[in-house]
Design a protein around this ligand. Structure first.
Ligand code: EPZ
Length: 429
């Protein structure tokens, strides 16, 4: 397995190109199933999770060609299943349910199972799809779904779920009649999926808000032009925190300031300078980090996917910060590893109290999930001495060319194999 060796204490300065959003690319890739033909997608990030989703499409009978523009041919579907060996690696494979039911009238999808950050149930996915006329049996660790004809319905989610909203949306576009989704997830990635579906002829209003109205159509066809995936607000937010935690100045090219609004406000509250441009955002810090209180919420609240990164930043603040995680039941795994770097954090249920310390000291730490590993890299960039972050495969799921992008803004990082010592890290360029 790979590890990242970081020599900390170097302020980062420069511009980072933001890649396409992982959490928009994954639903959009599988949504190609609802429109037979050749699809072309631009700005698809080169990530392990994207490769897993392309493998799943290949298993289903839809070959793809990866390049500057990704081509996916969904003319034929030969297999209506998302098998366990793929789903266990990437729980977003559960997004195959809605499109397969809409395309084939059946779907056999392995239950995703839990992960490091929580149980990750799919009861709301099934509730919404059942309202559209689907029936499900759970057997052998799989969800077996069938439907004769999808019919529009008025659905109110009990909890705002991103992939639950996306699964139901991808089926509703081909249902007979009108579907109304209440308490839908309003994340920008849901809106991007809706825009992709509309580019194929779907009739959707209200995506990006908690109320989405869909008029079903009888068929959809691939868009004329390549569809470009929206920029990744979580990747951008992570690099802005890298600039802030090291006392540097980082500009994220291609980022959308509006999608980042709660993250930018939190950076300003924590004592950072922020500049919002057309297609770019910038953050810098030349004074102390201020302690702040944070609560994660569904969009447009502060995103849970940025909580771990901010915990690293606040571990160096003047004073104590309270971080409340309201979305997932076990998303403080990074705290124990931050303690190894010298942070002082008390956990009480879903509340973490972060007592700022003077400095962090390098150590070997273990990544447990995608955003936790990002948090450890950020802490390592600020810590004195060398930090080794093990189990880098977590990071490779969600951050494209991480060490290259960090090296280009002055970070001293080096990827190495866990079995062997790394050469001394060096800044790129
Ligand atoms: C999506 O996960 C993202 N993944 C996650 O990003 C993100 O953290 C999460 O949304 C919240 O924003 C993708 O888009 C691929 P949810 P998702 O369903 O859809 C509960 C990352 O780091 N719930 O919105 O699985 C659930 O337990 C990943 O990029 C139910 O109770 O999250 C959680 O408490 C991590 N029943 C809450 O809702 C359901 O049927 C929100 O989960 C579904 C969800």
């Amino acid at each position: 397995m790979d590890k990242l060796v970081i020599s900390g204490g170097h302020p980062l300065h420069g511009t980072v190109p933001v890649s396409g959003a992982k959490n928009a690319a994954l639903p959009i890739l599988i949504a190609t199933l609802v429109a037979p033909g050749e699809h072309r997608l631009a700005n698809v990030p080169d990530l392990v999770d994207v490769s897993s989703m392309l493998s799943l499409l290949g298993r289903i009978g839809c070959p793809s060609l990866v390049g500057a523009v990704n081509r996916i041919d969904t003319s034929r579907v030969t297999f209506c299943e998302a098998p366990y060996d793929l789903v266990r690696k990437m729980r977003a494979s559960v997004l195959a349910l809605g499109p397969l039911l809409a395309r084939c009238g059946e779907a056999h999808v392995s239950l995703p199972g839990g992960c490091a950050i929580g149980m990750r149930p799919i009861d709301q996915h099934l509730k919404g799809l059942e309202a559209l006329g689907c029936t499900f049996e759970l057997e052998g660790g799989y969800v077996h779904g069938t439907v004769d004809r999808l019919r529009g319905a008025h659905i109110r989610f009990d909890v705002a779920t991103v992939t639950g909203t996306e699964n139901v949306l991808m089926a509703a576009v081909l249902a007979e009649g009108e579907t109304i989704l209440e308490n839908a997830a309003a994340e920008p990635e849901v809106e991007d999926l809706a825009n992709f579906l509309r580019s194929m002829g779907a009739k959707i209003e209200g995506a990006g808000t908690s109320r989405i109205v869909i008029q079903g159509v009888t068929s959809l066809a691939p868009a004329e032009k390549p569809y470009s995936i929206l920029p990744d607000r979580i990747e951008a937010g992570t690099y802005l925190v890298a600039g802030a935690i090291t006392g540097g100045d980082v500009r994220c090219e291609g980022a959308n300031a509006e999608d980042l609004a709660p993250v930018l406000s939190a950076l300003e509250a924590a004592g950072c300078g922020v500049e919002r441009g057309e297609g770019w955002v910038r953050a810098w810090r030349d004074g102390p980090i201020r302690a702040i209180d944070l609560e994660t919420r569904p969009h447009p609240g502060f995103p849970t996917d940025m909580q771990a990164q901010f915990m690293a930043l606040l571990s160096l603040a003047e004073g104590s910060s309270r971080v409340r995680e309201n979305i997932f039941e076990n998303r403080f795994m990074h705290a124990a590893e931050l303690l190894r770097l010298g942070a002082r954090i008390d956990i009480d249920g879903n509340l973490a109290t972060v007592h700022g310390v003077e400095h962090l000291s390098g150590a070997t730490v273990m990544a447990t999930d995608l955003r936790a590993s990002a948090s450890l890299v950020l802490a390592g960039l600020a810590a004195r001495g060398t930090t080794e972050v093990l189990r880098l495969y977590h990071l490779d799921r969600g951050y494209e060319r991480l060490e290259e992008k960090l090296g280009a803004i002055g970070a001293q990082v080096q990827r190495a194999s866990e079995g062997r010592p790394a050469a001394a890290p060096r800044a790129a360029g």
